[in-house]
Design a protein around this ligand. Structure first.
Ligand code: RRO
Length: 314
C-alpha cells in the first residue's frame, strides 16, 4: 500500500487536493486576517503542516486601518472593523514573503484595493516576487468606504474586477466572495466566467453590537464583519448552493473550529477549507483538523480525502 509522506505523522490516506495546477498537501488553509503574515504563529506550531497560508490583505500603500475599538466579542463569534490595516505591497514583498518562503506550504496572497486600478498595480508588483502559489482576490471587505465589498456585490463589477486581474497575471486566482448580497450564486458564476481558478466563501457578514449601558456601539465604525461559529450555517448553505452551480473548486470559510466542521464543508462541496476566527481561540486548530481528517479517513477506509467532496446525501 502506498504511504503518503505527510508532516506530523505517516498516513495511509492521501490528503492532497489539486486545484487547477496547484497541489495542496492537505485541504486545510488558514484564513486571511486571522494569521497576519505567519510570523507570530510560527512560534506556536510548525507551519509546514498547513495546506496553505492566506496572508492578511495587501494594498498598494501601507494602511493604518480604522480607529479602535475595532474588534469585539459577540455570541459564538466576533465583530471586526480592521479597515485593511497592512504594511503595503512593497514592504510585504521585501520583508514578509522571504519569511513565508521558509515553509513548505502554499502561500496565497490576499489582494485588496480601493479602486480597480489599485488591485492591478498590487498584482503587477506581486508578479515580480518569488514563491507565491496563488492570489486570493478580496472583493468582499465590509469595512472600507471605497472598494472592498462594493466590487463583489453585483455580478458585473465582480466580473470586471476578476477579468481585468486575469489579464495581467499568470498566478492562479482564488476570488473571495461576500455573503452580503442578494444572490451569491450569480456572483460566483460571474467570477467563474471571468477566469478565476477557484472561489472562496464566505467573508464576514455585516453586524453590529451595542453597549446599552452607555448607549454606544462597541465598534468605533458602528458596524463590522461578523465571523466565528455564529456564521457557520450561513456559510455552509452558501458553499452548498455555489458548489452545485460552478465547475471550479469552492473553498469553504465560516466558523470552522474542528474536524467535524471541516467534514461538513467538504460534504457540502468545498474542496479546501480555511480556518479563521478559531485561530484566535486555539492557534493549533488547523493542525488538530488535519490530524482529525487523517483519523477519519483511516477509520472509514477513505484513500483520498477528495473522495468526500460534495458527497452530501439528501
Ligand atoms: O480589514 C478588514 O476590516 C477586513 C477585511 Br480586509 C475583510 O476582508 N473582512 C473583514 O471582515 N475585515
Amino acid at each position: 500500500m502506498v504511504r503518503y509522506s505527510m508532516p506530523g505523522r505517516w498516513s495511509l490516506t492521501d490528503l492532497s487536493v489539486r486545484v487547477g495546477k496547484t497541489t495542496f498537501k492537505n485541504p486545510v488553509l488558514v484564513a486571511s486576517g486571522t494569521f497576519g503574515y505567519g510570523e507570530e504563529y510560527s512560534e506556536l506550531f510548525d507551519l509546514n503542516q498547513l495546506g496553505g497560508i492566506v496572508t492578511k490583505s495587501i494594498t498598494l500603500n501601507p494602511r493604518e486601518g480604522n480607529p479602535p475599538p475595532r474588534t469585539c466579542e459577540t455570541p459564538s463569534g466576533m465583530l471586526n472593523s480592521i479597515g485593511l490595516a497592512n504594511v503595503g505591497v512593497d514592504r510585504f514583498i521585501q520583508e514578509k514573503i522571504p519569511f513565508l518562503n521558509k515553509f513548505n506550504t502554499n502561500i496565497i496572497i490576499n489582494v485588496a484595493g480601493s479602486t480597480p486600478e489599485e488591485y492591478l498595480r498590487v498584482v503587477e508588483k506581486l508578479n515580480h516576487a518569488q514563491g507565491i502559489d496563488m492570489l486570493e482576490i478580496n472583493i468582499s471587505c465590509p469595512n472600507v468606504k471605497e472598494g472592498g465589498m462594493a466590487f463583489g456585490s453585483d455580478p458585473e463589477s465582480a466580473h470586471r474586477c476578476t477579468s481585468s486581474i486575469r489579464k495581467v497575471t499568470n498566478y492562479p486566482l482564488m476570488v473571495k466572495l461576500t455573503p452580503n448580497v442578494k444572490d451569491i450564486v450569480e456572483i460566483a458564476q460571474a467570477v467563474e466566467d471571468s477566469g478565476a481558478d477557484c472561489i472562496s466563501l464566505i467573508n464576514t457578514l455585516v453586524g453590529m453590537a451595542i453597549d446599552f449601558r452607555i448607549k454606544k456601539p462597541l465598534l468605533k465604525t458602528v458596524t463590522g464583519g461578523l465571523s466565528g461559529p455564529a456564521i457557520k450555517p450561513v456559510a455552509l448553505a452558501m458553499v452548498w448552493k455555489v458548489s452545485q452551480k460552478v465547475k471550479i473548486p469552492v473553498v469553504g470559510i465560516g466558523g470552522i473550529t474542528n474536524t467535524q466542521d471541516a467534514l461538513e464543508f467538504l460534504l457540502a462541496g468545498a474542496s479546501l477549507i480555511q480556518v479563521g476566527t478559531s485561530n484566535f481561540v486555539d492557534p493549533q486548530t488547523s493542525v488538530r483538523i488535519i490530524e482529525g481528517l487523517k483519523d477519519y479517513c483511516e477509520k472509514n477506509e477513505i484513500k483520498r480525502v477528495m473522495e468526500i467532496v460534495g458527497k452530501l446525501e439528501n
